[in-house]
Design a protein around this ligand. Structure first.
Ligand SMILES: [Zn+2]
Length: 584
């Protein structure tokens, strides 16, 4: 895949796999390697390993492995060229102009960058309207009332879309054609008259950036009583709301550092929390949390504090979020602010310290849910059953069996459930888990003999004697009939062909079982690889080969062959026994 001298190879040499993987997986140094929880299968103890020396990764649980590109391709579900680009971007390596793109791809990429540029211009336009116009003055007054001063306005790029209906359109149309303007979502087309007009009118605008900080959409709050109160950009080529979390571009460092994120509903909440000095906050932005958003978050932490509005809609959103976060194996806590306040209001009235204190004290989600269940009518059997039915799905989503059972007991106690039927329902839920993720059955027979493992390692990494070793193994056919024959075959062919041995490429050509075995061998703790050791391993293989031949000869002799053949066989037997005796 990575041809010598290609851009892909250059990037691979410069990129550090630990740094790239570290953006997706929390890695800990363990000896020479790094390990963490595998992003490709659910697990509680780390079996995902990254080698900075070999620049490869391997998961001992699910068997995924490869180089930095394999990782990014699996992670981002993208093809090789896209993975090269992503890695280059992550490492700040300039990408040469691609010639091999299809015309459609080129057109789409071009369109993407035009749309991003258009959003940048719109942002500057909105900011100017807020700062320098009469209309903007009313918006400024509103923002000030909400505790957002000049500095906050600049920091979060807040702007104003005037009421005229075509102010932005007039600003942009000399530069962009109608089709692009409509595709940007900044401008809409009147269905009946076919006329173009601004999507956002008389609204305070909040730029929404993607993870890398590029503005791809706007959220806009009505200044007056216009409905809807909040209006967002539609889905476009550059904006998909379920793939993006508001403030993620600025929050990710803080999230990684503190190993938790605060999840709020809207951008005003996120801004309020961030302004209070708590940078690790993101907003799901009006929509209920979607799986891609959680996957995005999961690259930085697996611990979330959900702090949604305490109203009915907010409660429902909280409960939906809990369910979907649990499915992705997050540790979830819930912060329900007193006095039915949203984070923005609470911080304005009580201050950042009071908020931070509550953040630290926020209870595990089960306590929140039990409290919610207790608000139901618990005096009748039907009421209790309803409460249990409310809780059951969450209990079932807890991935860990022991935890699940503990929570079931706790719920039964807290809700004072004596009825055997209800208890039974809970313990049944605790025992079974519908969406249980089973790790793949162990595919790898760890039977490969130590000598074979050592030799494979030497063929892959024995600098200076790899060629000679391959030659010997090849000439004596010493690896034939071994369990690891295919691995040897691939390594020997690659070595003898004179090319550099790329373990990941050899692995990719092998069958699953051999592929996994090769990775396991490459990740084994190892002492120095020497020619002397290689020789004694080769000797051992020769010995084993002779033993096997001897057994074959013996079997043939016992099958009563004709006299001339028997003579040959006896001669062979003598030779082999002599060889074996000499080796001892
Ligand atoms: Zn795995």
């Amino acid at each position: 895949m990575t041809e010598a001298g290609s851009f892909a190879e250059k990037v691979k040499q410069q990129a550090d796999i630990v740094r790239v993987v570290g953006e997706y997986v929390r890695l800990k140094k363990t000896g020479k390697d790094f390990s963490g929880l595998c992003p490709f299968h659910q697990e509680k103890t780390p079996s995902f390993t990254v080698s900075p020396i070999k620049q490869i990764f391997y998961c001992f649980g699910c068997g995924r492995g490869g180089d930095v590109y394999n990782f990014v391709m699996d992670m981002e579900k993208c093809e090789f060229p896209e993975a090269v680009k992503l890695v280059a971007e992550k490492c700040g390596i300039a990408i040469p102009r691609q010639k091999e793109h299809s015309p459609e791809e080129r057109k789409e990429n071009q369109q993407r960058s035009v749309l991003v540029e258009m959003h940048r211009e719109a942002q500057a336009f909105f900011a100017k309207q807020l700062e320098g116009t009469l209309e903007g003055k009313a918006a400024r007054a509103y923002l000030e009332d909400r505790g957002l001063d000049k500095e906050a306005i600049a920091q979060f790029g807040i702007g104003y879309a005037p009421s005229g209906g075509d102010a932005l359109l007039r600003h942009l149309k000399h530069k962009y054609n109608e089709k692009l303007l409509v595709e940007s979502g900044l401008v809409s087309r009147d269905q009946s008259a076919g006329r173009l007009f601004d999507r956002f009118r008389r609204r305070i605008t909040f730029p929404i950036s993607n993870e890398s900080g590029k503005i791809v959409a706007f959220g806009a709050r009505a200044l007056g009583d216009d409905m809807p109160k909040y209006l967002n950009s539609p889905e476009t080529l550059i904006y998909s709301k379920s793939n993006l979390l508001y403030h993620m571009d600025r929050a990710k460092e803080g999230i990684r550092r503190q190993d938790f994120a605060i999840l709020v509903e809207g951008y005003m909440d996120a801004i309020a929390v961030a302004r209070a000095g708590i940078s690790n906050v993101v907003a799901s932005c009006g929509t209920s949390l979607a799986e891609p958003q959680i996957k995005l978050l999961g690259r930085f932490t697996k611990r979330v504090i959900v702090n949604y509005d305490p109203d009915t809609a907010g409660q429902a959103a909280t409960e939906r979020s809990i369910a979907i976060l649990l499915e992705q194996d997050f540790e979830v806590r819930v912060l329900a602010l007193p006095g039915k306040a949203d984070p923005d209001k609470f911080i304005r009235e009580q201050g950042a310290d009071a908020y931070m204190k509550l953040v630290k004290e926020s209870p595990p989600y089960v306590d929140y849910l039990i409290a919610r269940a207790r608000q139901m009518d618990m005096t009748t059997a039907e009421g209790k059953l309803r409460a249990v039915n409310f809780l059951l799905p969450y209990v079932q989503k807890i991935p860990n069996r022991i935890l699940r059972s503990e929570w079931a007991t706790r719920i039964a106690q807290q809700l004072r459930l004596d009825e055997p039927v209800l208890r039974a329902a809970l313990s049944k839920a605790a025992a079974e888990r519908r969406s249980e993720v089973k790790t793949q059955p162990e595919l790898v027979g760890r039977a490969a003999k130590p000598i074979e493992r050592r030799l494979i390692r030497m063929l892959a990494e024995g600098e200076g004697f790899r060629g000679e070793l391959a030659q010997q193994l090849h000439q004596g056919q010493l690896y034939h009939g071994l369990e690891t024959e295919k691995i040897f075959g691939a390594l020997i062919v690659a070595t003898l062909s004179g090319q550099a041995v790329q373990a990941t490429e050899i692995a990719a050509a092998l069958e699953e079982r051999d592929r996994r075995l090769l990775y396991e061998i490459l990740f084994e703790e190892t002492s120095e690889l020497t020619w002397e050791e290689a020789q004694s391993c080769v000797e051992a293989l020769r010995h084993r080969q002779a033993e096997k031949q001897l057994a074959d000869v013996q079997r043939s002799i016992e099958a009563n062959p004709a006299a001339p053949e028997l003579r040959d066989l006896l001669q062979k037997k003598q030779d082999l026994m002599r060889r074996l005796a000499a080796a001892r």
